[in-house]
Design a protein around this ligand. Structure first.
Ligand SMILES: C[S@@+](CC[C@H](N)C(=O)[O-])C[C@H]1O[C@@H](n2cnc3c(N)ncnc32)[C@H](O)[C@@H]1O
Length: 386
């Protein structure tokens, strides 16, 4: 999924997040050494397959087929996530600066990966942490826990959250980093909700507890030409059948804030402590008002997450006006170029649903219209995140 005109996740300036409501997010400066290392972060391809049996490894050496079917077993994807300092530092701050939440509490880490969040929680004084991880990385997490002297506090459980027997009937806190591209890609949110409903004590805490999806519009002539129109004439041949496919696949990429033409619209907020899995499928209206005369080539979606139970509201944004993260933004190209004047608006609805065949994929239907002085358009487009 990583396709980039600018894959450097570290060189943009830190900006205030664009929170869903009037909250002030608290950000900390990133650790210098982690930041320096992050500039060399890997560009590994990601995929959605998880928890597949590791049956194609030969003599203990993993093959690329294993990586394809079990991407979270390879350290590369964890390296990318750990070096995303906006992501990892925010979780660290939430835990270390709110030790009162964790002291003597039983914590469940849903999808523990390397165990980083479990280690943070153990260090913050949790009584016990259960770290569930379905990929082969669980073995590494076990070793990491031991190497850091937390074997008494952290129990790594290898398996699917949906299939595991937890040694305790209830937990006080569920922590997880479940967010995918476009927030909902990979559909790990369902796993968190499953764990919440099965094990979280009444009045327990889910971290993060709030996520929101936002939409804006951008000028993107150059890149649309390069990624989409390219297929119309490839060395003199018509490959426009591929253009159709490329239009349907949202592009995960970083957007320069200078490309933004309109305001941002909040599409959906999710209260992770209360929502049902059905709430992740929705239709939301939008109205994007042009802030200058320009052309619009694409709509851009991004998400924010927040931890409202902290002493001070903490969170981060993956929006184009904020510091880059490995989630980048999600670009949905429009069939037509919209010519828009300042004050005019593009309006419509976005429908987001789980794909029926593969629930880890996301189907998006965009209905939009512009009744402007120089351009009138009304259209419906389908997209699929896969
Ligand atoms: C986005 S990663 C986060 C890893 C780690 N918590 C971190 O913050 O670096 C999500 C992890 O959850 C695991 N995972 C996803 N679905 C799972 C499930 N149903 N049961 C157990 N683990 C799961 C994946 O294998 C992956 O390692």
């Amino acid at each position: 999924m990583n396709r980039g005109r600018n894959t450097d996740t570290q060189n943009s300036t830190m900006t205030e997040a664009t929170p869903p409501s009037k909250v002030r997010f608290e950000f900390e400066d990133a650790d210098e050494t982690i930041e320096e290392a992050a500039t060399a972060s890997s560009n590994l391809e990601e995929d959605s397959a998880m928890c597949e049996p590791e049956d194609s490894s030969v003599g203990g050496d993993k093959t690329s087929a294993d990586y394809y079917f079990d991407s979270y077993s390879h350290f590369g994807i964890h390296e990318e996530m750990l070096k995303d300092v906006v992501r990892t530092k925010t979780y660290q701050n939430v835990i270390y600066k709110n030790k009162f939440l964790f002291k003597d509490k039983i914590v469940l880490d849903v999808g523990a990966g390397t165990g980083i969040l479990s280690l943070f929680c153990a260090k913050a004084g949790a009584k016990h942490v259960y770290a569930i991880e379905c990929s082969q990385m669980a073995d590494m997490a076990q070793e990491i826990v031991k190497a850091n002297g937390f074997s008494d506090v952290i129990t790594v459980l290898k398996g699917k959250v949906e299939e595991i027997d937890l040694p305790v009937p209830q937990v006080d806190i569920i922590i997880s980093e479940w967010m995918g591209y476009f927030l909902l890609y990979e559909n790990m949110l369902n796993t968190v909700l499953y764990a919440r409903d099965k094990w979280l004590v009444k009045n327990g805490i889910v971290l993060p507890d709030n996520a929101s999806l936002h939409l804006t519009a951008i000028e993107d002539a150059e890149y649309k030409e390069d990624k989409i129109e390219f297929w119309n004439n490839v060395y003199g041949f018509d490959m426009s059948c591929i253009r159709k496919q490329s239009m349907m696949e949202p592009l995960v990429d970083t957007v320069d804030q200078n490309q933004i033409v309109t305001n941002s619209q909040l599409l959906k907020t999710m209260d992770i402590s209360k929502m049902t899995s059905g709430d992740a499928s929705f239709t939301a209206p939008f109205k994007l008002i042009a802030e200058r005369d320009d052309y619009i080539h694409a709509l851009v979606a991004y998400f924010d997450v927040s931890f409202s139970v902290c002493h001070k509201m903490t969170g981060f944004s993956t929006g184009p006006r904020s510091r880059n993260t490995h989630w980048k933004q999600t670009v949905l190209y429009l069939e037509d170029v919209l010519t828009i004047c300042q004050g005019e608006f593009v309006f419509g609805t976005m429908t987001v649903t789980q794909n029926k065949k593969n629930p880890r994929d996301v189907d998006i239907t965009l209905k939009y219209a512009l009744n402007g002085s120089r351009c009138t358009v009304s259209k419906t487009q389908q997209y699929k995140m896969r």
